[in-house]
Each structure stands twice: as C-alpha cells, then as structure tokens.
Design a protein around this ligand. Sequence first.
Ligand code: NAD
Ligand code: G3P
Length: 329
Amino acid sequence: MTRDSIAVLGAGAWGVALANVAAQGRTRVPLWAHDAAHVAALEQHRENRRHLPGLPLACAVTPTADLACIRGAEIVLAVVPAQAMRDVARAARPHLADGAAFVICAKGIERDRRRFMSEVVAEELPQAKPAVLSGPSFAADVCKGLPTAVTLAAQEESLAQRLCEALSTKTFRPYRSTDLLGVEIGGAAKNVFAIAAGMASGRELGASAQAALIARSFAELTRLGRALGARSETLMGLSGLGDLVLTCGSAQSRNFAFGQRLGRGAAAKDASGGKLTEGAFTAHVLVEMAKAAGVEMPIAEAVDDILAARLSVDAAIDALLMRPLKAES
Ligand SMILES: NC(=O)c1ccc[n+]([C@@H]2O[C@H](COP(=O)([O-])OP(=O)(O)OC[C@H]3O[C@@H](n4cnc5c(N)ncnc54)[C@H](O)[C@@H]3O)[C@@H](O)[C@H]2O)c1
Ligand SMILES: O=P(O)(O)OC[C@H](O)CO
C-alpha cells in the first residue's frame, strides 16, 4: 500500500517532531522553513540545535526554504506559530494541490481578526481540506519516541481516518474526530490556563491550589466550548482535558514556565525566555470571544489583565478567591 505523501511547513520544535513522525515509512518528507540560514543549519547538523538539541532529524526529512516543496503533497502539516498562519497559508496557496489536506498543528487564535486557525485556512486556501491536530504532546517527548495520543479532526470522517492512518506510529496514536472547532478551542485555551497554573506554581500556592485551578480552568474551557458549539466529548478528550492537564502540570511547557517566571516576579516582557508562548498571544482574543458569547472566564481574564499590566499577580489571586460563592458549574 502506498502511503499519502506529507510535507511539513515550519521547522521549529513541533515541525521537526512531526516531520520525524511522518518520516516513518516514507522515503522523503520535505520540511520547509522561512529562514534560509535555519535551513542551512538543519542540513549541516541534521538537528534543530536551538529547540531540540541532541534529537536528530530522521533520514527522510529534507529541509528546504522553497515553499514549492508542497507541490504534489497529499497532506501538508502547518506547524508555524498561530499569528503567522495566515501569511504562510497565503504564500502556500499557489503551490497547494486541489483537495490536499492542510493540517493545522498550531494552538492559538488569530488576534487581529479574531479567527480560529481553521477559519484562517478556509479564507486563504479555498482548495484545501482543513484539519486540526492537537493534544498532549511535547515535541521533545515525541522526538524521543515516547508514547502519546492526540486528536485529529477533519470535516469528513473518512478524511480524519485517512489522516490518522497516515500519521500513526507505534508511539504516536491519533484519535479521529469531526469536531474541528472543539479541538481548536481546547488547544488555544489550555495555553492561557497553563500561564495561570505556572503563576500559581511560581507563587508557591501549593498542590491543592494547582488542582483547583486546573478544575476551574476546565470549567471555563467547557463553558466557552459549549457556547461556541464544540462537543462535550471533544472538550473532555485529548485535545481538551488531556492537553490542559499536561500543560498546566509541567515546567516542560513554555506557557507554564512563562507563568512561573511571572509568578516569581518577572515582567511579562521578560518572562518568555525567548521561547514561543502562544498563550500570551491568545489570552486577550480568548477573553474578547468569551465576552462576545456572554461566557464568564475569570481565570483567563486574570491572565489577560496581568499580561496587560492592569493587575498584579497577587491582586489577581485575591480577586479570584474573593469572587462571590456560587454553585459549581
Ligand atoms: N513544541 C511543542 O511541544 C508543541 C506541541 C504541540 C503544538 N505546538 C504548537 O506548534 C506551533 C509551533 O510551535 P513550535 O514549538 O514549533 O515553536 P518554535 O518556536 O519551536 O518554532 C516556530 C518556528 O516557526 C518559525 N516562524 C516564526 N514566524 C514565522 C513566519 N512568519 N513564517 C514562517 N515560519 C515562522 C520560526 O522560525 C520557528 O522555526 C505553536 O502553535 C505551538 O503551540 C507545539
Ligand atoms: O510548550 P507549550 O506550552 O507550548 O506546550 C506544548 C504542547 O502544546 C503541549 O501539548
């Protein structure tokens, strides 16, 4: 049986990890990066020394700065930061084959136009079949061959199934879904809540507070998801609860580590450690979306207020604890 051909856009940590997954059982997987110097370094060292030192590119992975590498690919994995997705999708348009699957692997919401990634792709790539891959998966873990499971959603169940087959390995197990929006909401929101969990850790509020915060974050995530039409089983699944638990519970998460530094007193502008923290870009637009939908998200709002320097970490903690008592929902 011939396997679907796959190309990967974006050669950061997650792009490299997914290219290595795709390389299993394939002889060539183009890996595009927008920066020619980065491509040269990948070719020379056969690893991404900045983001995944010591974890080699699979032999089949072919770094390139030429976007035409996606011509003929049946599946394109889009693994660039969420705020870059529109530009990359637009640039890909002349090269992408009609009916190719364009799998969104970024976790975030477009700030300027307040769009989910699947909406961005629908606007920029009318010939594509959009899909979303999300779930608990640190790039380094996946590159090391440690096991995990993710959700892979496409509008047609048959395509979701085909994509799962194309990307599954012995240690990387995708579950299919047709709920793109539900998968996207979980992936975008968990990054914002991971910043809150990191702050609680940085402030040394204790394990009980950590667990309470995760549970109340999940309440906010499901409230928003339901209001926007996501399915409960998606929100409770790998891309929702699964990724929330992972990201809110590990300093391996860049969003959590960013929150930890904030909790220890760093200013927002200095707290990323030079790493991509999608939650910092998503917090405000997430809160705006919740307000527009009439959904209360006090933890997400607190993160947004802290990032915008409208509130200190301590004042946000006090405000959350002093909210009127209410029924659990
Ligand atoms: N790292 C992980 O463990 C992981 C896991 C799952 C999902 N994700 C998601 O994948 C996305 C990418 O994350 P990452 O970990 O690869 O980040 P990264 O910082 O490791 O890499 C991002 C890459 O995108 C490139 N880039 C930046 N702006 C660009 C642009 N305008 N056009 C093209 N390329 C551009 C950068 O040069 C870099 O190589 C994020 O949305 C993240 O939430 C990451
Ligand atoms: O390092 P983070 O916080 O971007 O999280 C990486 C993945 O999304 C975890 O599933």
